[in-house]
Design a protein around this ligand. Structure first.
Ligand code: 3HC
Ligand code: NAI
Length: 695
């Protein structure tokens, strides 16, 4: 086994190399020898300067997240950095890959940082519901100034070396080989024969800070935190860097960290970090299954979804053949795509040249024969089985052997669609979410005959185009929409029984959702669900008459709410309240006061129940996959970890009890507790215990 930390010499410069694959996390077995190395080199008179570098694909990517929530073995990272920082000979971090979290904090314990051209530096702790806990919220503002540091820490987004050099976080960019450049840099500093200040003593940028301007920025960020504690703690701690001494601010940072790390929000966000990585491990798709090569994609249908899917491919550098029924529809689709890119240009997030490069990656087509050179074709045509089957029949005739044939269907049976081809092993569902160029989730729907290498291809392709993939099985609506259906049904009943759309939506907003169900319908367009219901012969008591009046939501200025003069802010509409009253009266329902608690129980718990049924049926491989679907596709609050993680926080026993209560009162199947929930409630078990979760 290779040692986690080794020390070598290059003349009078010592090089410490950390080697803890895959990402050089600062586990105990790294910290212990690293401390020994610091102490030995500090006391070794033959050493003039020290370089701290990493083997493998990256500099230290952070503390070892698996150690959180357990007793910390000493030395901890803070002690390590304190020892490093007191070394009087020049110390230089040689950074490649990503210096993240505790990794960047360690580098900030050095006098200098030399980085590779492609390196990225950041403090992503906020994404784990934490703040940097080893001096990052103090030392980064000392080097970059508090306003810049605040942005980096609260967003958790790493910066590139040019920005780091400009702000003073990095001292030099390596031209050639990184470690050689860092050694040369260290030797030159040692030759200057002077003592360099530690970062903790470089207070000039915080002393010059404009506290009022800082507070204004921090207040803006707090508004966006939507109930999350970590961003607020990050901002407070950076503020402390301005107003307190280094040691006082460091002690406060520690206090905040300890509180956050043991809280439910951080547990939830750490769960999601590992859940996302677990989701990429699919039963029956081992590491030995090689993905197929994807050089060109085809997209059929340039409507809402087809356009967004095509943009996702192009954004990932993959050229797209976009096919429509006729050239007018194609013109419309491409014009929308161009408009979307133009918005990015006007916001400054895309250059004109990049826009032109992306637009050049589209090839127009109205002829299926043009799809013959595509390695994957995704259809996003109307949601009707007959239309989908016709499209797949045509595709089967023109697609090259081995091409992946994918459907973006929201609900339909992928296995039935596959029967219209002679190659069901190549057929798969790729369920993108709207807007497809923005939303991260990709439900990959595995048909009965889908080949493992098709799934492997989609998993790697998803990463390339910036999506978070989850493999799910075939059923009506798959994981996400199937669970959503159980919630939607109940939201309408709540209206009839006495709630208002804004009351229901407020319960959702207070829970941490970006918006409640009625605002979401208005945003997505009520007509979509209406058409779907019609095709299934179903009705909705409130939404159908709204659609009949042309109230499709924001796009028509009216839906469950009013949107006056093109505004996006929903205003309650007395006409809708009257409609609800009328419909209730027609059904002999006496409307009553409905509590926030009732709304929460009757909307959230059926979703959890449906999620448990999905697990029983093996439609999702694990509960954490369901959490990834909901946090990435539907805005479930990340601080609550997804519906299944939340169920455990809430107590499965309590959920079963309340489901039984509502089942007794309403007789509705959505409240009948699933066998799995009942089993876990009885045993006190967890979804994450495979023995318990097995149906
Ligand atoms: N601790 C423990 N395990 C980690 C880890 C960490 N900090 N970072 C990554 N891993 C594990 C992953 O779980 C994964 O394990 P698996 O192969 O068993 O699933 C493996 O390392 C590889 O990770 P990725 O699949 O994510 O690899 P990528 O190459 O796609 O990405 C990365 C690399 C950008 C470094 C990404 O892993 C990442 O963002 N890691 C987390 C960085 C982070 O949040 N750091 C802050 C930690 S908190 C902290 O430092 C607190 C301090 O302030 C006190
Ligand atoms: P849309 O109506 O906006 O676009 C469909 C497009 O397909 C139209 O431009 C139409 O001209 C074209 N088309 C129809 N038949 C065709 C054919 N035979 N050949 C070529 N082009 C054809 O529909 P939308 O919303 O983009 O939905 C497409 C699919 O994506 C549906 O299966 C839908 O269920 C699914 N979906 C929709 C989501 C949404 O929020 N709109 C979300 C996720 C999936």
């Amino acid at each position: 086994m290779t040692k986690s930390v080794t020390t070598t010499r290059n003349g009078d410069v010592a090089v410490i190399t950390i080697d803890n694959p895959p990402v050089n996390a600062l586990s105990f077995h790294v910290r212990e020898p690293l401390m020994e190395a610091f102490e030995a080199l500090r006391d070794d008179a033959s050493v003039a300067a020290i370089v701290l570098a990493c083997a493998g694909r990256t500099f230290v990517a952070g503390a070892d997240i698996t150690e959180f929530g357990k007793p910390m073995q000493q030395p901890d990272l803070r002690a390590l950095i304190a020892t490093l920082e007191k070394i009087e000979k020049p110390t230089v971090a040689a950074i490649h890959g990503t210096a993240l979290g505790g990794g960047l904090e360690l580098a900030l314990g050095c006098h200098f940082r030399v980085a590779d051209k492609a390196a990225r530096l950041g403090l992503p702790e906020v994404k784990l519901g934490l703040l940097p806990g080893a001096g990052g919220t103090i030392r980064l503002p000392y080097l970059l100034g508090p306003q810049k540091a605040l942005k980096i820490i609260v967003s958790g987004t790493p910066i590139g070396v040019a920005e780091a050099l400009d702000g003073g976080l990095v001292d030099a960019i390596a031209d050639g080989e990184l470690v050689a450049a860092a050694i040369e840099f260290a030797r030159a500093r040692a030759a200057e024969g002077k003592k360099f200040p530690a970062v903790r003593d470089r207070r000039d940028k915080v002393e010059q800070a404009d506290l009022a301007a800082f507070d204004k920025d921090a207040a803006e960020l707090a508004k966006k935190a939507r109930g999350l504690e970590a961003p607020v703690a990050c901002a407070q701690s950076v503020r402390n860097a301005i107003t307190l001494t280094f040691d006082e601010a460091l002690a406060k940072e520690r206090e905040y960290f300890v509180k956050l790390v043991s809280g439910d929000q951080s547990r939830a966000q750490r769960h999601l970090f590992f859940a996302e990585r677990e989701a990429a491990k699919v039963p029956g798709v081992g590491k030995d299954v090689a993905p197929r090569e994807i050089r060109r994609a085809g997209v059929i249908g340039a409507g809402t979804m087809g356009g967004g899917i095509a943009m996702s491919f192009v954004n990932g550098g993959i050229p797209v053949t976009l096919l429509e029924m006729n050239s007018e529809a194609l013109d419309r689709g491409l014009a929308t795509i161009e408009k979307n890119y133009a918005i990015s240009v006007s916001r400054g997030s895309l250059s004109e040249e990049a826009k032109a490069r992306r637009m050049a990656l589209f090839t127009r087509s109205t002829d299926y024969a043009d799809l013959a050179d595509c390695d994957i074709v995704i259809e996003a045509v109307f949601e009707e089985m007959a239309v989908k089957k016709e499209v797949f029949g045509k595709l089967d005739k023109v697609a090259k052997p081995g091409a992946i044939l994918a459907t973006n269907t929201s609900y339909l049976d992928v296995d039935e669609i596959a029967t219209s081809t002679g190659r069901p092993q190549d057929v798969v569902g790729t369920h993108f979410f709207s807007p497809a160029n923005v939303m991260k989730l990709l439900e990959i729907v595995r048909g009965k005959k889908t080949a493992p290498d098709v799934l492997a291809t989609l998993l790697s392709l998803a990463k390339k185009i910036g999506k978070v993939p989850v493999v799910v099985g075939v059923c009506h609506g798959f994981v996400g929409n199937r669970m959503l259906a159980s919630r939607s049904e109940e939201s309408e009943s709540l209206l009839l029984e006495g709630a208002t759309p804004s009351q229901v939506d407020k319960v959702f907003a207070d829970f941490g959702w970006p918006m409640g169900p009625f605002q979401m319908y208005d945003l997505a367009g009520l007509d979509i669900g209406w058409r779907n219901r019609k095709s299934l012969g179903k009705t909705a008591i409130i939404a159908d008459p709204l659609c009949e009046q042309g109230r499709f939501g924001q796009k028509t200025g009216k839906g469950f709410y009013l949107y006056e003069n093109g505004s996006r802010t929903p205003t309650p509409d007395p006409e809708v309240e009257k409609l609800i009253d009328d419909k209730a009266r027609e059904r002999g329902i006496n409307r009553r006061t409905i509590s926030a608690e009732e709304i929460a129980e009757r909307t959230l718990y059926p979703m959890i129940n449906e999620g448990a049924k999905i697990l029983e049926e093996g439609i999702a491989a694990r509960a954490s996959d369901v959490d990834i679907v909901w946090t990435n596709g539907y805005g479930f609050p990340i601080g609550k970890g997804g519906p299944m993680f939340f169920a455990e926080l809430e107590g499965i026993g309590k959920i079963v009890e309340r489901l039984e209560y509502w089942h007794g009162r309403t007789g509705k199947d959505i409240f009948k507790p699933s066998a799995l929930l009942k089993k876990l409630a009885a045993s006190g078990g967890s979804f994450s215990d495979p023995k318990e979760a097995a149906a």
